[in-house]
Design a protein around this ligand. Structure first.
Ligand SMILES: [Mg+2]
Length: 268
């Protein structure tokens, strides 16, 4: 009986070997390709760990690249992740990397002495950080509270993003004319100026805020129109820095646009 079992086993192995060799030769499959199939079999069964950290890191990638498009609040499971990101070294490091590349580009621009080489900066989460506000408001996990945020703006106490402040000063030294283009409203002008000075910024050419005729416009439209007005005045918009895609896209876009990180909110 044992002999019969062994015989059947040997027969089965031989048949498998022959049929595998046969099918390989018919299909022209190389040993290298077979290795790849083997690797794929292993990976197909390997589960991607579904922990929050990995999930939220991928989520952050989708929002920063704008693959996510319009989104309202951060996923509940990513609150700790966004807290760690924004309050830890990573946010500072990412912001510094953007500033470094912005300056590297600025260094390639032949700045004319006519004062018409312009750099446009957004304000919130670009030059100023509202992190102290978001620490108290769930890091973007809560629906935007306009009244509470206006109160925070009126305090004029937002700190500078250090890498952006450094970039701002470097650009001024190189002769760029600085424009501040913000989604904040005209009635917030005084407190915005006060906050900017308090945070260390000075000598901008113009602070552009939403006026009555800009009410209700999407940020992309409003900011594009304002950039177009600058172009019509003869300014050459060399660079544009913003934490939202709506700061950077549309029309009259800058020669180079630089997207700062912001995983806390999205403005269309
Ligand atoms: Mg902003």
């Amino acid at each position: 009986m044992a002999y019969a079992q062994n015989f059947i086993a040997v027969l089965f192995i031989s048949f498998t070997f022959v049929s595998t060799s046969f099918s390989q030769s018919i299909l022209g499959i190389s040993p290298q390709l077979l290795d790849l199939f083997a690797i794929n079999r292993v990976f197909r069964h390997r589960k991607i760990p579904n922990d929050n950290s990995l999930y939220c890191d991928s989520w952050r990638f989708t929002v920063e690249t704008n693959n996510a498009g319009l989104w309202s609040i951060i996923p509940e499971r990513c609150i700790s992740f966004v807290q760690d990101y924004t309050t830890g070294d990573r946010y500072s490091s990412d912001s510094a990397a953007v500033a470094d590349l912005s300056l590297a580009f600025a260094n390639t621009v032949k700045v004319s002495n006519d004062g018409m080489d312009a750099w446009v900066f957004d304000i919130d989460e670009t030059l100023l950080s509202n992190l102290p506000y978001y620490v108290e408001h769930g890091f973007g996990s809560q629906i935007f509270d306009e009244i509470a945020f206006d109160k925070w703006v009126n305090e004029a106490n937002a700190p500078a993003i250090p890498a952006s402040l450094k970039l701002y000063k470097e650009l001024q030294q190189r002769g760029f004319t600085i424009f501040l283009l913000t989604g904040r409203s005209e009635y917030q002008r005084n407190n915005t100026e006060k906050n900017m000075v308090h945070a260390g910024y000075s000598n901008w050419e113009r602070l552009i805020l939403r006026g009555p005729s800009d009410k209700g416009k999407l940020a992309t439209q409003y900011k594009s129109e304002k950039r177009k007005e600058l172009e019509d005045e003869g300014y050459r918009i060399r660079g544009n820095s913003g934490d939202q895609w709506s700061d950077l896209t549309g029309f009259a876009v800058a020669q180079r646009s630089f997207k700062l990180p912001n995983p806390m909110y999205y403005i269309a």
